[in-house]
Ligand binder design. Sequence first.
Ligand code: TRP
Length: 470
Amino acid sequence: MTERRESIHGSWSGRLAFVLAATGSAVGLGNIWKFPYIAGENGGGAFVLVYLACIAVIGIPIMMAEVMLGRRGRQSPINTMRSLAKEAGASPAWRWLGWAGVLAGFLILSYYSVIAGWALAYVFRAAAGTFTGATAEGIASIFEQLTGDPERLLAWHTLFMVMTMIVVARGVRGGLEQAVRWLVPALFVLLIMLDGYALASGAFDQGLEFLFTPDFSRISANGVLIAMGHAFFTLSLGMGAIMVYGSYLPERASIARSSITIALLDTLVALLAGMAIFPIVFANGLEPGSGAGLIFQTLPIAFGHMPGGALFGTLFFLLLVFAAWTSAISLIEPAVAWLVENKGMTRVCASVYAGIATWGFGLLSIFSFNAWADFKPLSFIPIFENYTIFKLLDYLTANIMLPLGGLFIALFSAWVMKRSDSVQELDMGDGAGYVVWHLLVCYVTPVAVLVVFLNVTGIVNFARLFGLGE
Ligand code: TRP
């Protein structure tokens, strides 16, 4: 059996801190901003069902695999993969998995920060009472004014990136851990309140029906890929974020229990958000498939009409910013950890470099909403006909890079790593729990990812193969 290592970056104070940090990473814009709008664009119920299935059979096992690899390697994902491959007598090329993750994190954060900037802007709009009594059209025009102005977007994006780099620079305990302790619980309380408002808004049944009544004629093969991609995105999987958090996890904490808790909390937040948003969408005659602006065009209506709406609206967007913040730090942590390990930089210096690069790349997303809104680089491919650079970046990372990253993480843990090592690290004995996990990462996850990929690219039409509709 091989030796265990220690991390040079420090460690979490305990299992609870890890669960909170990983939940902070998982719960973010993905749950509250992205999930409702892509569920709306992809027909609702059937999409939600596929997403839930992917969380259970792909998400949880891959999360366990990532935490396990991280804790075993105790370094940035690049160096972790290199050491673990060496230990297992496999090719050093596995370190490229770490590099792909660093790239994915960089690309995601570049647009994530722009959207988080919208949330920041909305904190101030809500606090100023801008939404009070406003109509759906009024709210829509507030949104268009913001996204149509590159200078404003740049200012908020810059502020968000600075906030992110400050926490990352402060390190594992001082920065990351402090930030999540109270934010995650507070977010739950506010979401439940919003659900209360949605319940009273008159269209709660219609909202629930849209979310929970699957109609498979409304989801395409591409919709299935988007649902699977989102399972990775929302759990922060496939790029090393959870791996690097796992590398700060103390020895004795249970990986299986932690992963299940994190996945359940994350799913709960997404469903609570969907249940708050769709009733408001239907009660106001809005379009569920209206795209990336969905929550910014619906929730302010609720805040504009409920008692104390200015206060609750401010709190809500503030919490959304915090949720995005605790996610953003995990997107850049693998790169920062690597710069510290391999380039001998201090954390502060590493954060500044990584932050500036990401910030600059974010300009592409900013212009996608205004100056370049009509620039659709891949419009010759049917599914990308209406995709701006921002949407392409999101598609490429969430639906291609993360599932591929996850696939290789599963393959490595199942086929390359020694069984005795994964048994030791997962620390749940060699009984039923381990066997189920092993089966899932050995076969189920890789096959599922491949099937969805092949189906979308049209190489094999599985739907037709099984006699189902388009
Ligand atoms: N999971 C976060 C969200 O839902 C986003 C995120 C943070 C992420 N770290 C990640 C996505 C790593 C993919 C990979 O908002």
